[in-house]
Design a protein around this ligand. Structure first.
Ligand code: RRO
Length: 303
């Protein structure tokens, strides 16, 4: 029987349109394998850099109304260590490595290292909302996005996604810059810059003071970004931001996402969220007599 959930995104063949979002359970092959076994169509690693990084002090995460606020500070073992671990483990679904760097050339170096491993695609993190010298400090400038994408494009030949920040007035301009420079797809969105305060101590709760908000609170922002980007670029979009049910996944697909990433909902619902979303989307497609999930991508734009 035909799998109605099967799809492809920028040449990546997926058994379903769900992916693990960067930043959660993505620091070891063992945890990535458990996400793959839980039914994700693809997995994205935690953002990796050339050098290992400890990240910020505690607290790095705080639960807030409608979501989670984090300022982890890009903790990771460094790309080389991760690649070594990859060689000893095999995944059953496509693996996308999330990369961060401080300059276009460094992105290219990280991408070259990534290409020595069995990686199916790269996601360039130009959107962390609270890191000095990287993340959205680079990715809020369309010219820098172009320089980064071009530098990586000249170096490696694999699907290249650019993860964008919502913390700008014109995310569409960033998406267009990424497309023009040769990106294969856009991931929208990274977290929304935010903070929380403890009134008893009158102090900001996160050690880093400022963090990034994820979860259902950001969903309407993420949906709007996907919707607007879809109207302006031809490359596929991966929706990310508050997907926590099959209905919210369908919203992103209809807004124009070819696939969705799930992160924060894993903390509240566990890994069963992947099967829950996939089963629900499949039932929805059949109830509406669609032959493929591809048929509902961008449906909200059609009159
Ligand atoms: O590690 C983090 O603190 C982090 C990253 Br790299 C990111 O891209 N987005 C985010 O909310 N946190």
């Amino acid at each position: 029987m035909k799998n109605v959930l099967e799809t492809d995104v920028a040449g990546l063949k997926l058994k379903n349109p769900t992916m693990l979002a960067a930043g959660i359970l993505g620091l070891s092959m063992e945890s990535l394998m458990s996400v793959a076994n839980a039914g994700a169509g693809a997995v994205v690693s935690k953002s990796l850099g050339i050098e290992p990084r400890h990240g910020y002090g505690n607290p790095t995460v705080v639960q807030v109304e409608g979501g989670v606020l984090n300022a982890m500070g890009l903790p990771n073992p460094g790309i080389q260590v991760f690649i070594q671990e990859m060689a000893e483990n095999r995944l059953t679904v496509p693996l996308i490595l999330s990369l961060y760097a401080f300059a276009p050339k460094e992105f290219a170096t990280a991408a070259t290292k990534a290409s020595t491993a069995e990686v199916n695609g790269l996601e360039l993190n130009v959107s962390c909302p609270h890191a000095s010298g990287t993340g959205q400090e680079l990715g809020r400038d369309p010219k820098l996005i172009m320089d980064i994408v071009k530098a990586v494009r000249e170096t490696v030949n694999m699907p290249l996604f650019v993860k964008l920040t919502p913390n700008v007035t014109d995310i569409v301009g960033l998406a267009k810059a990424a497309e023009k420079a040769g990106a294969s797809g856009i991931t929208a969105i990274n977290t929304v810059k935010a903070m929380a305060i403890d009134i008893e101590t009158s102090k900001p709760i996160l050690a880093n003071i400022i963090g990034g908000l994820s979860g259902s609170a950001v969903r309407p922002i993420a949906l709007r970004c996907v919707y607007e980007i879809y109207e302006s670029v031809k490359i596929p979009i991966i929706g990310c931001g508050g997907v926590d049910s099959w209905q919210t996944a369908v919203q992103f697909l209809q807004a124009g996402a070819s696939a969705v990433q799930i992160g924060t909902a894993i903390a509240t619902k566990g890994l069963s969220i992947f099967r829950e979303v996939n089963d629900g989307v499949e039932r929805f497609l059949k109830r509406k007599s669609y032959g493929s999930v591809k048929e509902i991508v961008g449906l909200s734009h059609r009159s």
